[in-house]
Design a protein around this ligand. Structure first.
Ligand SMILES: C[S@@+](CC[C@H](N)C(=O)[O-])C[C@H]1O[C@@H](n2cnc3c(N)ncnc32)[C@H](O)[C@@H]1O
Length: 291
């Protein structure tokens, strides 16, 4: 174990994550769970959402009758999760150090949360903790961004971002293949009261432009504007968050799962294609042996 501190880095991003990524990512991941996980489970199964974040994925599962527990290291993310899925159970714990009795029929971890586990030894410990928390035969599903994919796409350019009347944000990922480590930078701009009459005069035009640029088909132009947003809105305050990630080699992850005792390990794309390439993240599906 390289560290025993709880992972709290998302506390500062939580309000924005809850409005943007949380709802967006939840939808895509739910489709996968509906296809792969739910058909395998009894109707009132107990499910662990490991690194549940703001919990948008939990409410549809609770609505369907499952008992869902969300675990996360960030207290602020969990505060939003409690609002988004009030009937869920919650644990403010670190994935590397939690210990639960064998009570869950399934566990999942979505949106590449486990890429934040930087050391392979820690990842093994996470798998061990999940294994312990599952009932015999229990299913574990998680996704990871992998080195080939990160090398292709994480190249220091803005890849996502939004502009709203009150705030704007842009996300820039980068990757260093020599050490299989990367980071993504989240820069947040927040509007301030307009000081000059010129700013008050031009603001309605800018707001119309920002609304227009929120259209999906204008993403390229939105990102271009975001790349120089500090010049476009010089009075908006700017904050900068950085999230470190590890590009774990997929064969090493598979071995780590086997070491802990997981069996029937399948790696596929989110659409179920067993051929992984640089354009897709890796979705792992595996079982705890039925003892
Ligand atoms: C990208 S967000 C994903 C949230 C959610 N699963 C989703 O799909 O929207 C990553 C989450 O993992 C959590 N996380 C990362 N490392 C963690 C750790 N070691 N222990 C507990 N939570 C962790 C963060 O706090 C954050 O909420």
């Amino acid at each position: 174990m390289t560290t025993t501190q709880r992972y709290t880095d998302y506390d500062t991003w939580a309000w924005l994550y809850n409005e943007t990524m949380g709802p967006d990512y939840g939808k895509a991941q739910l489709t996968l769970l509906e296809r792969v996980l739910l058909p395998e489970l009894p109707t009132n199964a107990a499910i662990l959402d490991l690194c549940c974040g703001t919990g948008q994925l939990m409410q549809p599962l609770l609505d369907a009758g499952y008992q869902v527990t969300g675990l996360d290291g960030s207290a602020a993310m969990l505060d939003y999760a409690r609002q988004n899925a009030p009937q869920g159970h919650y644990l403010l714990e670190d994935a590397r150090t939690f210990h639960l009795p064998s009570q869950f029929d399934a566990a999942f971890s979505t949106s590449a949360s486990l890429n934040h586990i930087m050391a392979l030894t820690d990842l093994v410990q996470v798998f061990r903790n999940v294994y312990q928390a599952l009932q015999p035969g229990g299913l574990f599903i998680f996704d990871l961004n992998h080195p080939e994919q990160m090398q292709k796409w994480w190249c220091g350019k803005i890849v996502e971002g939004e502009i709203t009347p009150g705030y704007a944000w842009r996300l820039t990922p980068e990757y260093q293949p020599e050490v299989s480590e990367g980071a993504f930078h989240v820069e947040i701009f927040q509007a301030q009261p307009l000081a000059s009459w010129i700013a008050r005069f031009t603001q309605p035009f800018k707001q119309t432009l920002y609304r227009l640029l929120s259209l999906r088909r204008l993403t390229r132009f939105r990102l271009r504007l975001l790349s120089r947003f500090e010049k476009v809105e010089p009075t908006w305050t700017r904050s900068h968050l950085t999230y470190r990630v590890k590009g774990h080699a997929l064969p090493e992850v598979q071995t780590a799962l086997q070491t802990v005792g997981f069996t029937h390990i399948v790696i596929q794309t989110i659409d179920g294609d067993p051929t992984l390439d640089a354009n897709h993240s890796a979705h792992f599906i595996c079982h705890k042996g039925s003892g």
